[in-house]
Design a protein around this ligand. Sequence first.
Ligand code: PMP
Length: 300
Amino acid sequence: MNGEVKETKDALVSAMEPFHYGIFEGIRAYVEGDILGEGDLNIFRWQPHVDRLRRSAVVCGLGVPYTDEELLEGTREIIRLNGYRRTTYIMPRIWPKAEAVRRRGLSDDWHVVIPVWEMPTRLEEEAFTRERRYMISSWRRLAPDALPTQAKAWANYANSGLAGREAARLGFDDAIFLDSRGFVSEATGACLMTVRNGRVITPPVTASILESVTRDAFLQFIPEDLGIPVEVKDITRVELYASDEAFACGTGGEVTPITSVDDIRFGDEYPGPITDEIAKHFMKVLAGNVEERRGWLTPV
Ligand code: PMP
């Protein structure tokens, strides 16, 4: 926290902090060789996450007062001090210090905190095969001229929170947003991919999605490693219903197969065969077992 190692209980800030004005990242580190096991950790796609943090900072008028190397060394140090040897989540957060509130957020004094904790991968059998019912939210995904949808800004997550709570209240597992134009956007904390006639289809960045690091990896490895064609295009609500398979992808959600949307079921198999193939390959990539993708891993 601000350059010091602190125990969580001592990482305190003032209640006057402008909590609506922060940015953050969500990054995972996985166990080398077998992501379900225990051992040395590699951070998945460290640099694209740090690059996005810097872009989010620029858009929101914040700064990242450390070099990439300092951020990496700090993260490594916390993981080592905690002795973590299982899947770990890393959440760098930046926001202006309290006095900036009086200056309408204008500040060159920021909190930079990197909380790190062990968080099990969901890519294990039981969690992966559990059926998941999604719904189309009655809340639209925030418009790109209302908030910086492509940036990872805390404020955007009020939108996700509303949709997530609506879904929970109605007994669904999660929600999918339509964007302000009425096209399919993304889930509350993950991007969406559908499968139709053997092609993977995902909405474009202009559909108000977060520019997801996982989605970017999938757009590369699905065609290149698995030979499955991928298309980035707008998806209508009806096209989504008519998909053979659908899954959410992101750092936290990894690959989350979706059973149905608005209780319209996808295909006969769950998870669908292409979703399953992608998830299994992704597990190999994360474990460092795909030689050509080892460049995506940064050892702790
Ligand atoms: N969309 C939203 C709203 C998210 O919160 C996340 C998780 N960061 C994603 C998509 C997936 O992004 P990433 O693959 O970079 O984790």
